[in-house]
Design a binder for this molecule. Structure first.
Ligand code: NAD
Length: 424
């Protein structure tokens, strides 16, 4: 176990460099001083752990695990837990910082955090993943809790992972603590509507963005990158709203149907085969081309850094709605802006997940379950308010939506920090 409270030399490229550049832009716009910048650029707490696993064949493997708590000024830290081979400290730092901005932007009383284990879930059995989860949580147990830091699902983790976390934490403290995680199964105190909340928010925001550009859903086409927890339901909600979803992709490939994909049938195919690839009646296309297809709206909903200086000039869509965190690099952002492509930033577009995570935490703390309709109405209200906050600020100050969203968030976090004061 190693603890760190100071930032290393800043990364030159990658998600952390992009996150720092966004922060610097907001600090410059707001005229804040270097001390505030340093405070916001530096995670409050970072924990790196080794996660040893006894594999099913008796051999031992050791994985690297991380939990970064970026900021607590507005409340307990909150953020997902990612299982992917590419997870490293800088990625987790960037994702934790974006969580701080996201929570502030949609005005939920949390700071930001993120966790990860550098592991390929597809190479492991369910019992192995359970052992990895329980060991990782045991290692980070001193710094999580319902009033400290509350994990949630992200890439490679799901409600089953959250159930193991809740159980491991509860066993350690000696009583059941549903509020230690969100994104739990409903039967364990999860919120109705949480599983599809991120996607519902992505679709809501996409529809508002389309409307702001005078586009009607029935005459709009879309492509979705990633068909996991976010991409799958985002495609479903967009399709249900009348949008023609022509293409979707996952890590194995991409499928295309000019007339629009039948998302329900595609979902059944994915449940059966584990991939979108081979879906009957569709054309297999190059997965990398999904972002540059001839469609009106593109929803990257997989990983970060996929829209780059190399492909941003080829994007044909008029709107990019960031379902994923950090899918657009700094260079791509500038190119898309020059080309008048509207980019709806991650901290706004995919905030539906943390909004309903907050509702789940509130319900867990009150031991009272809201109806799904209640959850969805409150979600829509928050997303709509955040959308208008960003659009109004961007318009008033001639900023991109990402710049405006980051400025609003940085302003709110800084205000909380100043009101609390610096201790001692
Ligand atoms: P997931 O693991 O459920 O799904 C990820 C999807 O992306 C899968 O279809 C996978 O095959 C695909 N994918 C993975 N690597 C890829 C690659 N290199 N190229 C193309 N496709 C690839 O994950 P998720 O929860 O849907 O998360 C997706 C993104 O949304 C992440 O950026 C995550 O941080 C963000 N996000 C998730 C939530 C949430 O509530 N789950 C909330 C906010 C943001």
């Amino acid at each position: 176990m190693s603890w760190s409270t100071t930032a290393d030399a800043p990364a030159a490229t990658g998600p952390l460099a992009d996150a720092h550049a966004q922060l610097d832009g907001a600090i410059g716009h707001l005229g804040y001083d270097g001390g505030i910048r340093q405070m916001l650029a530096t995670p409050r707490r970072e924990l790196m752990v080794s996660v040893p696993l006894r594999r099913d064949d008796g051999s031992i493997a050791v994985y690297s695990g991380y939990r970064v708590q970026h900021n607590f000024s507005r409340g307990p830290a909150k953020g997902g837990l990612r299982y992917a081979p590419s997870v490293d400290l800088d990625e987790v730092r960037a994702l934790a910082m974006w969580m701080t901005w996201k929570c502030a932007l949609v005005d939920v009383p949390y700071g930001g955090a993120k966790g990860g284990v550098a592991i390929d879930v597809r190479e492991h059995s369910t019992p192995e993943l359970e052992r990895v989860t329980r060991r990782y949580i045991s290692e980070i147990l001193p710094i999580i809790g319902p009033e400290v830091d509350i994990p949630a699902p992200d890439i490679g983790t799901d409600e089953r992972t959250m159930a193991w976390i809740m159980d491991t934490y509860s066993a350690a403290v000696g009583h059941t603590v549903p509020g230690v995680v969100t994104g739990k199964p409903v039967s364990l105190g999860g919120s109705l509507g949480r599983a599809s909340a991120t996607s519902r928010g992505v679709a809501n925001i996409a529809l508002m963005a389309m409307s702001s550009r005078g586009m009607s859903p029935e005459r709009t086409t879309a492509a979705v990158q990633g068909f996991g927890k976010v991409g799958r339901d985002a495609a479903r909600f967009l399709s249900a709203a009348g949008v023609t979803v022509r293409a979707v992709s996952d890590i194995d490939g991409a499928v295309y149907d000019h007339r629009g994909l039948d998302i329900a049938r595609l979902s059944a195919h994915v449940d059966l085969t584990g991939s979108v690839v081979g879906f009957e009646g569709t054309e297999a296309i190059d997965a990398a081309s999904i972002l540059t297809l001839d469609v009106d709206v593109v929803v990257p909903a997989a990983i970060e850094g996929v829209l780059t200086a190399q492909n941003a000039g080829k994007v044909q869509a008029r709107i990019v709605v960031e379902g994923a965190n950090g899918p657009t690099t700094k260079e791509a952002d500038a190119i898309l802006r020059d080309r008048d492509v509207l980019v709806v930033p991650d901290i706004l577009a995919n905030a539906g997940g943390v909004v309903v995570s907050y509702f789940e935490w509130v319900q867990a703390n009150q031991a009272y379950q809201w109806s799904e309709r209640d959850v969805n109405d409150r979600l829509e209200e928050r997303m709509t308010r955040a959308w208008h906050d960003v659009v109004d600020y961007a318009g008033a100050h001639d900023l991109s939506y990402r710049e405006a969203a980051t400025v609003l968030a940085v302003q709110r976090v800084t205000e909380a920090h100043k009101l609390r004061g610096l201790y001692p």
